[in-house]
Design a protein around this ligand. Structure first.
Ligand SMILES: [Zn+2]
Length: 314
């Protein structure tokens, strides 16, 4: 008899419903889905609407429609349920409170100006918290952020795309005591994402390269909470000719615009796959599912990152 808790590959795609999915989101979703399906794993769709000040139900509905249009499917998610739900972060706040209560935290009432005055910056230019409120008594009722008294240590993260030591932080020197809950009550991405990945038994995280820099602090949090860290693959973002993330400004349509404008998912999938070197230029259109049979395992060989052939979408 198979063990009940047999570890299977569990991948996920976790968009924030704060805008329309653009082609960069679509390419990341496609890679995450391909990788999970190739491994015979379970694919989880999680809606990261933890920031209730920016999330909108309308965008969540577009996520479902756009991903299904691409030919992607998922085994667990807000719309299909599953054993590790709820799959919307807005419905998981009690879990965030419970998990953060297991950590050594303190209330922080520093103003933005106070923080900006801090001389210490991370290699990425972020303010490193100077520790002002570590010993400062905070009167009850005063709005305060919640910070983690992060223990010192060096955290190194390997990556399926970038190789060993893809991200390294000396937590005390490069990160400091970071925020778990904002002053307005929004749980920080850093906490919500690790609590959810652990609770949903995610084994493999495929996401955009812009999140690579915060992976060491997430692994630090996971360890403090006693959870195993998943494998990570940080995949290239799509940039416009000006070096900024590809957007409408570059004349790039978002997924909803393509879908509603009569583009075909097969051409869209082919353009995305060709830009990663996964498909020869001679293939103008292919359903997502047909890619599965055709491709060698993704991340086994280095990813290619070529400009999108936007003209082929029209
Ligand atoms: Zn403070």
């Amino acid at each position: 008899m198979a063990a009940v808790d047999e570890v299977v590959h569990r991948g996920r795609y976790a968009p924030s419903p704060t805008g329309r999915l653009h082609l960069g989101n679509a390419r990341t979703a496609l890679l995450a889905w391909l990788y999970t399906r190739q491994q015979g794993g379970r694919f989880v769709l999680r809606i990261e609407d933890n920031d209730f000040t920016r999330s909108r139900p309308e965008f969540e509905q577009r996520v479902y429609r756009d991903l299904r249009w691409m030919g992607l499917d998922w085994d667990e998610g807000p719309d299909v349920g599953g054993p590790y739900g709820p799959y919307r972060q807005s419905e998981r706040v009690e879990l965030y409170a419970r998990e953060s209560a297991r950590l050594d935290t303190f209330a922080c009432v520093c103003t933005r100006r106070e923080l900006r005055a801090s001389a210490r910056r991370s290699p990425g230019g972020e303010v490193i918290y100077p520790g002002t409120c570590r010993q400062r008594p905070v009167e009850p009722g005063r709005p305060a952020a919640l910070r983690w008294r992060a223990p010192p240590g060096v955290v190194q993260v390997d990556d399926l795309v970038h190789g060993p030591a893809a991200a390294v932080d000396d937590i005390a020197r490069d990160v400091g005591d970071f925020i778990l809950r904002r002053r307005d009550g929004v749980w920080a991405y850093q906490l919500a994402v690790v609590v959810d990945d652990a609770a949903m038994r995610i084994t493999d995280v495929v996401r955009g390269d812009d999140l690579r820099f915060c992976t060491p602090r997430q692994v630090h949090l996971l360890r403090a909470l006693g959870h195993p860290a998943p494998r990570y693959a940080h995949v290239p973002l799509i940039f416009g000719p000006d070096g900024q993330k590809l957007s409408k400004r570059h004349g790039a349509p978002d997924l909803s615009a393509l879908r509603e404008g009569g583009a075909t998912p097969e051409r869209t999938i082919a353009v995305l796959a060709r830009s990663l070197g996964l498909l020869p230029d001679a293939v103008p259109a292919i359903p997502a599912r047909a890619l599965l049979a055709r491709l060698p395992p993704v991340f086994r060989a280095p990813l290619v990152d070529r400009p999108l052939a936007l003209a082929a979408l029209r």
